[in-house]
Design a protein around this ligand. Structure first.
Ligand SMILES: Cc1cc2nc3c(=O)[nH]c(=O)nc-3n(C[C@H](O)[C@H](O)[C@H](O)COP(=O)(O)OP(=O)(O)OC[C@H]3O[C@@H](n4cnc5c(N)ncnc54)[C@H](O)[C@@H]3O)c2cc1C
Length: 516
């Protein structure tokens, strides 16, 4: 069907974007009622037959053909640097270029989400949809937490028989710095705090694209077509109704309900181009304001590297996933956290402050990679609960232009404290005599250009902060730009406009400490 035939039909649901969330939701709608007329419009191509995106070492991923290749605005707390932010641009969205890590997040965060929006359906209590998505690799580990008939195949380091040579050392070293091993090494059972084994959504190493495992065969998909605008009518004073979409080529398509699934960067852009967004922002581009609404964005930040000689793994299965045994999550010391919260909020926090509970603040991934000759390992630190808020703004009134993306990285004392604490833990792990890794395996940090000093247990806060400002980047999980509670109700409907929902990573009202 071409766009002119498509415009003759009144669709029940029109999806904008066909990434991870659209694949799941449209597939489930079809399962619910095969008679529904469902249309998906995606600007990227169908890449399900592309061999060059399948494997972890494929070369057409970040920076490749199916990456939007966004850059953030200049970041005030990162020496004015602009940070690159890859996002998938194809049927399947982010799942065509992402790393397939399967990290569900902390029960606490979902419960906070549920209580924030006062709706139990968004708490962790009801696990049915998490279970429904999974085909977990083991049917004996944490049985009640996992699904075994879902479309997403979950592999682990153990299930793919690729325990790495440093595995026992890595585990011992985490214990030496006080990080416990999780029961069954399973970080996807509600409590990720500790050492869990790396789990990935792959089939024996092969990428599983969301639009393939949640089949869209019975759904009408219009590929390589940019949606330029929402069609919104004011049927009575103050009563706004979404009646469909307008493609960039001018074709109008009508639907009973329009569902934004364009991802956390583009889902706020389209309403703004259509007159729904911060009034001040719309005025800059002479867009008539239908509804004045705020948007924000959060994006965890990551990473640094350490040096070591090692020669590893020749068997093919070692190429089936990220070269790492474990995903490790840690809390932070509350004394420093109280001071950081007080610095940001201007008052000493009450003991009931949500950040003062046991929380999953940081993630550590010790990877046997860094140099082709195996002489380096990499230890990534990821802030999982960013407190800094950014914003998505318009660059122009042209839908072909990307929006301005300002994550406002490290703009809070809490985020700076958490990243510093995470790296100090990593320095103890890799570069101190406390652990077997520091004593027997690693020579020291490889260092980074522009800094003569290497990270060590003697590194000062000032030096650590300077390295962050000069070096950190994104870990590619923008979220919360059209948040539930402020912009959406708990049925994912945009408040103040009928027949318009958002279903993607934009909707999170609080950071979820998973990779979502
Ligand atoms: C490099 C990278 C690595 C990652 N690693 C992991 C990981 O290991 N584990 C994990 O869980 N997550 C990971 N993620 C994040 C994960 O892929 C995203 O969180 C997820 O894809 C978000 O789903 P979504 O449905 O919100 O949006 P997306 O999957 O981004 O889908 C949005 C879709 O909308 C389309 N679109 C946008 N605007 C328009 C428009 N105007 N008209 C038509 N179509 C439009 C886009 O082209 C895209 O296909 C990673 C992401 C990246 C980029």
């Amino acid at each position: 069907m071409d766009s002119s035939q498509i415009s003759d039909i009144l669709w029940d649901y029109v999806f904008v974007g066909s990434g991870l969330s659209a694949s799941v939701v449209s597939h489930r709608l079809y399962e619910h009622d095969p008679n529904l007329k469902i249309l998906i419009v995606e600007v990227g191509p169908n890449v399900s037959d592309r061999a060059d995106i399948v494997w972890p070492n494929s070369t057409n991923l970040i920076g490749g053909e199916f990456d939007w290749k966004y850059d953030t605005t200049s970041q005030a707390n990162l020496n004015g640097r602009s940070i690159s932010l890859p996002c998938g641009k194809a049927l399947g969205g982010g799942t065509t270029i992402n790393a397939n890590g399967w990290v569900r997040g902390d029960e606490f965060d979902f419960d906070l989400w549920g209580s924030k929006v006062n709706d139990r359906r968004w708490t962790y209590e009801d696990l049915q949809f998490m279970r429904k998505s999974e085909h977990f690799w083991s049917d004996s580990i944490n049985k009640m937490q996992h699904g075994h008939n879902g479309p997403a195949l979950i592999q682990s380091v153990t299930s793919t028989d690729r325990r790495f040579p440093l595995r026992d050392y890595a585990l011992q070293a985490w214990s030496e710095v006080g990080i416990d091993t999780l029961p069954h090494l399973d970080g996807n059972a509600g409590n990720p705090l500790g050492v869990g084994e790396l789990q990935e959504n792959k089939m024996s190493g092969r990428r599983e694209i969301a639009s393939s495992i949640y089949s869209l065969d019975c759904i009408t998909v219009l590929n390589e077509t940019l949606v330029g605008k929402l069609l919104i009518e004011e049927t009575a004073p103050g009563h706004l109704v979404t009646v469909g979409i307008k493609l960039q080529n001018g074709t109008e398509i009508r639907g009973r309900e329009t569902i934004l699934s364009a991802g956390a960067i583009r889902s706020p852009q389209l309403p703004m181009l259509s007159g729904i967004g911060p009034a001040e922002e719309l005025a800059n581009f002479n867009i008539p304001v239908l509804l004045d609404q705020p948007y924000k964005v959060k994006d965890p930040a990551a990473g640094w590297e350490l040096g070591s000689p090692n020669s590893l793994f020749r068997k093919p299965q070692y190429g089936w996933g990220i070269p790492s045994d474990f995903v490790v999550s840690s809390d932070v010391s509350k004394d420093g956290l109280i001071a950081a919260i007080a610095e940001g909020e201007g008052v000493t926090p009450d003991p009931t402050h949500p950040l003062l509970s046991k929380r999953t603040f940081a993630e550590h991934v010790f990877m046997y990679a860094g140099a082709p000759d195996g002489s380096l390992v990499t230890l990534a630190a990821i802030i999982m609960l960013p407190i800094s808020h950014g914003a998505i703004k318009l660059m122009s009134a042209n839908p072909s232009d990307p929006p301005l993306i300002d994550p406002n990285y490290l703009s809070t004392a809490v985020d700076r404290y958490v990243l510093r604490e995470a790296v100090k833990l990593q320095i103890r792990y890799t570069g101190s005599k406390e652990t077997v890794i520091g004593r027997e395996i690693l020579d020291g940090e490889a260092g980074v250009p522009g800094f003569d000093e290497q990270f060590s247990i003697h590194s000062t806060d000032e030096y650590i902060d300077a390295r962050f400002r000069a070096g950190i980047g994104s870990s590619y999980h923008p979220m919360g730009s059209v948040a539930m509670g402020t912009v959406l109700d708990t049925n994912l409907r945009v408040k103040g406009v009928s027949n318009l929902r958002v279903v993607d990573a934009s909707v999170f009202p609080v950071p979820i400490t998973g990779h979502l």
